[in-house]
Design a protein around this ligand. Structure first.
Ligand code: 17E
Ligand code: FE2
Length: 411
């Protein structure tokens, strides 16, 4: 197959892409098609590596309102509503909702998904369902699974055993939730446990860390120290870290030293945390999104996640990373022209680093032909005009396509 006339990322020149046996065979201008080669002329659209959802909860996706809606809009009511839903969960229910969510994500250009799956459930039914789905969809979307202890490792019955069972079943990543444990000590112990478990099974780590407006919630320093001391370093990710929004600057300054040394990745979830945080404030109300700009300047890798698609924590969403990006750029005040133009990296290359996708993610000859075609000549225009993802290819196979909407102005 020959893809003609595209801008590679924000390159101002046009090029062509030849695909053979699911791989990028040749990338160069003015390539000619073989006699019965399929040709797609993209007329100056841009090509990017597939978007990456680096933080989402697919086990709860598309369950909003069941068994009830989250009225307060707090994280804690979300956890309570989900706990009630968990009592009636079936594997088929989890798989159907997660599959539908992944189809929405694919339609919006996503090719890789890191999903947290709640393992504080004695049946581990959601984990079983997602592991099956990871296998069933492996030719379309790459799903990475985090064993996520929503109700705590030390604060939930048999929490440690459930985590270890999830690792044995085939989870890719070990999670934790220190700020939700009964005590600060349990929180610290849960991080020690998570890092040891990841070492034992050779897995990555991704912790829901300090997702609270309490400036005393300081588990990110513990996680960073363990990442540094264990040598796991960039195999460790701190997600949410919203308390960092509220830390005093003197503490943050001291903290950033060990964050840099740790080489840890961060995932901010700007849609969901602007919605969930600040709920105990009157005015001024904190936005509760972590210090993205400062972390990037500190040399730490940061990506954005959507976190939820219509579930007990967040009532909206159709799996479009550009919604998360759009909100994040605003709330983190990253609105310079160059920042906007290059912002796609937050939901592509930066996220690829967090997921440890390696060299195969980049668009280059010899790599798997996984990419999207975006209906704009550069990312600033794509963002501004909410341009469609025309094609989404995984290893040379078209997995989703969109006909551009035709707008007419009648004056
Ligand atoms: N669980 C949690 O602890 N935090 C979140 N933001 C979501 C689930 C969505
Ligand atoms: Fe989350």
């Amino acid at each position: 197959m020959l893809i003609k006339n595209v801008h590679l990322e924000n390159d101002t020149e046009l090029t062509d892409i030849l695909i053979k046996d699911g791989k990028f065979e040749k990338i160069a201008p003015n390539l000619t098609a073989a006699p019965d080669e399929e040709v797609i002329d993209c007329n100056g659209a841009m090509v990017l590596p597939q978007f990456i959802e680096s933080h989402v909860h697919l086990d709860s996706a598309l369950s909003a309102g069941d068994p009830r809606w989250n009225i307060s809009g707090t994280l804690f009511e979300g956890i309570q509503v989900w706990s009630e839903k968990k009592e009636t969960l079936t594997k088929e229910d989890v798989k159907t909702r997660a599959r539908n969510a992944i189809r929405k994500q694919a339609a919006n250009g996503i090719g890789h998904v890191r999903t947290h799956v709640d393992v504080t459930d004695p049946t581990l039914i959601a984990m079983e369902g997602l592991l099956e789905l990871r296998e069933e969809l492996k030719d379309e979307v790459n799903v990475q699974i985090v064993a996520f202890p929503q109700e705590g490792i030390y604060s939930y019955p048999n929490g440690k055993e459930l985590m270890e069972n999830a690792a044995k079943m085939g989870a890719d990543v070990i999670g934790a939730i220190p700020h939700f444990e009964f005590t600060r000590e349990y929180g610290v112990e849960s991080l020690n446990f998570a890092v040891k478990l990841a070492e034992k099974y050779d897995l990555l780590v991704d912790v829901h860390c300090d997702e609270i407006d309490d400036e005393q919630s300081r588990f990110v320093e513990t996680l960073a120290a363990r990442a540094y001391e264990s040598g796991l370093k960039d195999r460790v990710t701190a997600s949410h870290t919203t308390a960092m929004h509220s830390y005093n600057n003197a503490y943050a300054s001291r903290l950033f030293r060990i964050l840099r040394m740790s080489e840890m990745n961060f995932v901010a979830n700007p849609l969901v945390n602007t919605h969930l945080q600040g709920r105990f404030d009157t005015y001024p109300k904190r936005r509760g999104v972590t210090r993205v700009k400062e972390l990037l300047a500190n040399g730490n890798n940061v990506s954005f996640g959507h976190d939820d698609i219509q579930d007990p924590w967040y009532p909206l969403g159709d799996g479009n990373m550009r919604d998360a990006l759009h909100m994040g750029l605003h709330v983190c005040q990253m609105m310079g022209y160059e920042e906007l133009l290059n912002s796609y990296k937050i939901i592509t290359h930066n996220a690829a680093k967090t997921l440890h996708l390696g060299d195969s993610y980049a668009i280059k000859e010899g790599n798997p032909a996984s990419f999207i075609v975006l209906n704009a000549d550069n990312f600033y225009n794509a963002l501004n005009e909410k341009k469609e993802v025309l094609y989404n290819f995984t290893k040379g196979k078209l997995i989703a396509k969109t006909e551009p909407a035709k707008k007419e102005v009648l004056f």
